[in-house]
Design a protein around this ligand. Sequence first.
Ligand code: DC
Length: 230
Amino acid sequence: MTDKVPVITIDGPVGAGKGAIAQRLAERLGFHLLDSGALYRVLAVAAAKEDIRDDDADALGSLAGKLVVRFEPSGDPDEPLDVILDEQEVTQAIRTNEAGEMASRISPLTEVRMGLRDLQRSFRRSPGLVADGRDMGTVVFADAVLKIYLTASAEVRAERRYKQLKHKDIGVSLHALLESIRERDERDMQRAVAPLRPADDAFTLDSTDLDIDAVLAQVMNLVRQRGIID
Ligand code: DC
């Protein structure tokens, strides 16, 4: 009966604010939360630990199918969930720019996407799920009741990431971040398997000039219109 459990998907490029919106929306609705990007990042970190190269599709695919990952509340609604891999906390390790880069490099591999698919779908539990990522609405939860595509200009996204990383004392230049965001967009959108694009039935929201509260208000309107809540 898991088909009946409602899923709301939030897809879009890096830094558009998907994570912050997904977390607040899940909290408002009392739904579970899946940060699918974190799973790609966890796989990247786990592979690096085991000296698996980022082009070894078979080894990466089989590692993806074996990952034991848990999310726990961080205690701070402005921070993403804590991530536990094999009983070891990897919350910080997966958020570095390097881990994001490697996640982006391994994510085009079919073996990796297939390996992570069941794990992602296992998060669909009553009373509902908010899932954020790149292909939540197009592939993993194609039957989602509401699909949002959240975007913003590359400059604004680079600035947001810069502030987040600076806040965590992770040093990186704004210019380098903008370059890396542009490269990652290109890779995420151009890959042959599950490229980043809005689902045909997705609502596109542009957060370039909107803060989190304004975006959340628009999403909540859509949630009501869809009858997900009264
Ligand atoms: O959202 P993020 O920056 O944490 O994601 C890291 C990388 O993982 C991103 O560059 C592309 C990949 N990814 C993906 O291919 N599919 C998803 N559903 C989520 C992330």
